[in-house]
Design a protein around this ligand. Structure first.
Ligand SMILES: Cc1cc2nc3c(=O)[nH]c(=O)nc-3n(C[C@H](O)[C@H](O)[C@H](O)COP(=O)(O)OP(=O)(O)OC[C@H]3O[C@@H](n4cnc5c(N)ncnc54)[C@H](O)[C@@H]3O)c2cc1C
Length: 418
């Protein structure tokens, strides 16, 4: 096992750390950085080969990073690596694009929160690369890439992880940041509730003739929401959730026909469209772990909750887990507690589980309310959007929620050190 960041030969090696993290996607590296910078030795293991993600070029994936998440990325030294290519969200516009398209009064301007835009759009390849560069510079993180964890044994004082290549990691606590199909959760006996939405997300990046002006748009179509997220330059990332079998039919269209259908759904105001990357599909499911902790194990990110992309909140909810878990573990270590003890891990579960589950189910309900053309529900949502737009307190509440600044915020998301 090595640092900096090369694929490690772990065969036969044993590595000891305070915290072992399985998953080098997005949440795992940020957690590793937050813990290591506070003094805890960390082992980070990911199944993907080094730089596999960046080598694919621009795959169309981009994230809406809330102001709260940006503060966390700043605190762990990742934001500087993505800031130049990040597009500020200056305005959020929602439109009901049903049978009769109507403009919605629910428009949010970016200057309405205290420290700048309510969020930024960041491309996956830039975000992941910046995280891995920061990890490579942190001597307290032992990174192993291209190695799959195949077994975990929970002892009275330590966890032992076994890797497919024969390598071994031991730690006081194991964090599963290994995504929706979390093997860490399964091996710890944590069940999950999973439910398909019958929708598929069509994901693409487009270049357009007209500038987007930093406006993020959500168009509510009968088959599901279409998110148009502004990227640096005259480009936008598209996340179009559409009901099956129509989604598969649209995905099968050749590029020209796809762009014609997409252009019509978008409303045409961005002018002529061309593809600026690949086209991808993701079947959409809600996936909730029944518990976030088990003896010496904690789950974070998609391993704990995989949500609908309608509100662009999946990664933001995961980063809240990361900031909360880092704060709980670092505080416990400073008090001389066993960081893998049940009462320590319970503090994390109590902090995050209700909040994340309520948000996941709230997002689920919003999707159900908006993904149809029922005239009564249409009237209710148009009236609801109007109400929110007109009442200043409510409007400000919505903006602060979108910016990730409501609720019991961990210190790293308040711009404070742990
Ligand atoms: C279409 C779409 C659009 C989205 N848009 C947004 C958005 O705008 N904003 C937002 O906040 N979120 C968005 N999300 C959600 C976001 O992509 C996820 O929440 C986020 O990627 C989850 O990160 P993670 O690190 O928890 O898991 P993952 O990114 O899934 O990473 C898991 C990692 O674990 C590793 N792993 C798994 N098993 C093992 C093993 N046994 N051994 C070693 N390693 C292992 C894998 O190699 C992988 O690298 C979107 C999602 C979708 C599908």
């Amino acid at each position: 096992m090595d640092n900096p960041g090369a694929a490690a030969e772990t065969a036969g090696m044993v590595h000891d750390a305070d915290v072992a993290i399985v998953g080098g996607g997005l949440n795992g590296p940020v957690l590793a950085l937050a813990l290591a910078q506070a003094g805890l030795p960390v082992a980070l293991v990911d199944a993907q080969a080094p730089r596999a993600r960046e080598a694919a070029g621009f795959d169309g994936r981009a994230y809406a990073i809330s102001a709260g998440s940006r503060r966390l990325l700043q605190a762990v030294g990742v934001w500087a690596g993505v800031a130049a290519g990040a597009q500020p969200i200056l305005r959020i516009r929602t439109r009901d694009g049903g049978a009769r398209a109507e403009a919605s009064p629910l428009d949010f301007e970016g200057g309405e929160i205290e420290d700048g835009p309510m969020g930024h759009i960041v491309e996956d390849r830039h975000l992941h690369a910046a995280m891995m560069a920061a990890v490579a510079n942190e001597p307290r993180i032992a990174l192993t890439q291209g190695a799959t964890v195949v077994a975990q044994e929970i002892g009275p004082a330590r966890v032992v992880l076994r890797l497919a290549d024969g390598g071994m990691v031991t730690a006081r606590v194991l964090v599963g940041a290994d995504g929706r199909a979390s093997g860490t959760a399964a091996r710890a006996g944590i069940g999950r509730i999973a439910q398909g939405y019958g929708q598929t997300a069509l994901v693409a990046a487009v270049a357009h003739a007209q500038p987007h002006g930093g406006t993020a748009e959500q168009v509510f179509l009968p088959g599901g929401p279409l998110a148009i997220l502004p990227l640096a330059g005259d480009r936008s990332a598209i996340v179009w959730s559409e009901r099956e079998p129509r989604a598969t039919a649209i995905a099968a269209l050749p590029d020209g026909a796809f762009l014609a259908v997409l252009g019509e759904a978008m409303g045409g105001h961005l002018g002529r469209l061309t593809l600026a990357g690949g086209r991808f599909t993701y079947p959409l499911t809600l996936s909730l772990a029944e518990r976030y902790v088990a003896p010496r194990v904690a789950l974070a990110g998609d391993a704990a909750h995989g949500v609908h992309p309608i509100a662009g909140q999946g990664l933001n909810i995961g980063l809240r887990d990361v900031a909360a878990l880092a704060e709980v573990l670092v505080t416990a270590a400073r008090r001389g507690e066993d960081i893998g003890a049940p009462d320590v891990l319970d503090r994390y579960q109590v902090w995050r589980r209700f909040d994340a589950t309520a948000l996941a189910l709230g997002i689920d309900r919003v999707n159900a309310l908006f993904s149809n053309d029922n005239p009564l529900l249409r009237a209710a949502r148009v009236a609801g959007m109007g109400l929110v737009g007109q009442i200043p307190g409510l409007r400000r509440g919505f903006i602060r929620q979108a910016a990730g600044l409501t609720g019991d915020l961990p210190r790293l998301m308040r711009g404070e050190a742990i």
